[in-house]
Ligand binder design. Structure first.
Ligand code: SF4
Length: 402
């Protein structure tokens, strides 16, 4: 089954660009305590940057790019010995610190310390190909919902910290996405966002030669390559089709296009509203446009993560904004079908599909236009998903049709 055809021109194009974006991506360390399949960063034991280096990179961001939040990634940032100071420093600059972690090193006390330093949210990377041991060894995506719940509950118990999850999507795990989305619905009170990122690697069947400047490069020296032939072309619309098999009403509202393919959905965003029992509806493009524009008007920035307080304001959003958006209107009607529903807390939840680099037939690489996960390299802004190329070869690689 394929996704109901979506027309990019009917969705809201997120207004993010290189100099004014919702998100920026900081990597204080490349050290990690797991070895995820599909990771695009080389795990270095001595991979911590100094606090001075981290502050310098934040200075570069602030010099070059308007940003609402800083995604603190890696490696696993919780392994950095000065992560508390880093979070505090980001907060003191008026930016929202979001920690992207596998969660392995997180304890309740550590979380409380991070909260008092000003952490705004967490994105936990949990999927079945991370080589997790102990109770989680060999568990599939659905069985891992139990681990996701433990992290979400830990955050909810401390309170006031936004909770997101991301998972890499492989050809053999795409089948589980509807089940994960269903789990997210049942925990809509404590899970704010779910992100699904299609797996990308360099594989032997790619019909390209690789060049750094004028120099040919052996594809097997590229950090993110595999000798096996694996599926590396899952699209956001493939994920959408899988989800719509179980939830036909599931409808995205916003996107980022590709730099080389305007009607590709590099980021495909869905906003839904409801309670743990019932999803009232899917919000439309005007809703998200209103959110982005009003937030930018009042703060000068594009919104990234909503606060836990705002995520609980689903009912107010429906009752106030119904004149402006068809999706909001439909959800408001559903809410009002039973007046008792007005007594219940109603939550907003975001579901995001990400489709990283796509290769055009002629070798052009289509990136996310307005890439939010831009990081700093040699005082310049570069795609974090391709950082290993500049680190190893001094420039981004060009793929040229053989
Ligand atoms: S271009 Fe790469 S780093 Fe940027 S958002 Fe897309 S996948 Fe992430």
């Amino acid at each position: 089954m394929s996704a109901k055809i979506i027309d990019h021109l009917k969705l809201y194009r997120l207004p993010w660009n290189l100099s004014d974006n919702a998100i920026s991506w900081l990597e204080p360390t490349s050290m990690c305590n797991l070895a995820c399949d599909g990771c695009y960063r080389e795990n270095q034991k001595d991979g911590h940057k100094t606090f001075e280096q981290v502050k310098h990179e934040l200075d570069i961001f602030q010099l070059k790019r308007n940003s609402d939040c800083i995604s603190i990634a890696g490696g696993d940032p919780l392994l950095h010995p000065q992560i508390i100071e880093i979070v505090r420093d980001i907060k003191s600059r008026g930016l929202k610190p979001i920690i992207n972690t596998n969660g392995h090193a997180l304890t309740k006390n550590f979380l409380i310390e991070l909260k008092s330093a000003g952490v705004f949210g967490f994105t936990f990377h949990v999927d079945s190909k991370q080589g997790r041991g102990g109770d989680w060894k060999g568990k599939n995506e659905i069985e891992l919902n139990e681990l996701r719940y433990q992290y979400a509950k830990m955050l909810a118990d401390v309170g006031g910290i936004a909770c997101s999850f991301n998972s890499t999507v492989y050809e053999d795990t795409i089948q589980h996405i509807p089940g994960m989305i269903d789990w997210a619905h049942k925990n809509i009170d404590i899970v704010n966002t779910m992100v699904f990122i299609a797996f990308r690697y360099i594989v032997p069947t790619m019909p390209f030669d690789w060049y750094a400047g004028g120099q040919k490069v052996d594809w097997q020296t590229i950090a993110y390559h595999t000798e096996k032939n694996r599926r590396v072309d899952i699209l956001s619309t493939d994920i959408l089709a899988k989800v719509q098999e179980q939830f036909p009403e599931f409808a995205p509202c916003a996107y980022l296009n590709g730099t080389e393919k305007v009607d590709s959905f590099k980021w495909l965003l869905t906003e839904r509203v409801g309670t743990q029992k019932k999803i009232y509806g899917y919000l439309g493009s005007k809703f998200i446009e209103l959110m982005m524009a009003s937030y930018h008007f009042s703060t000068g920035k594009y919104l990234s993560y909503a606060s836990t307080t705002n995520s609980k304001m689903g009912k107010s959003a429906l009752l106030l904004l119904w004149p402006f958006d068809k999706g909001v209107r439909k959800a408001a009607i559903e809410l009002l079908k039973n007046p008792l529903r007005l007594l219940k807390r109603t939550h907003l939840q975001s579901i995001l599909f990400i489709q990283p680099v796509d290769f055009m037939q002629d070798g052009r690489q289509s990136m996310c236009d307005g890439c939010p996960d831009i990081t700093v390299w040699n005082d310049d802004l570069v795609w974090s998903c391709r950082l290993e190329e500049v680190k190893s070869f001094g420039s981004f690689l060009r793929s040229v049709q053989k």
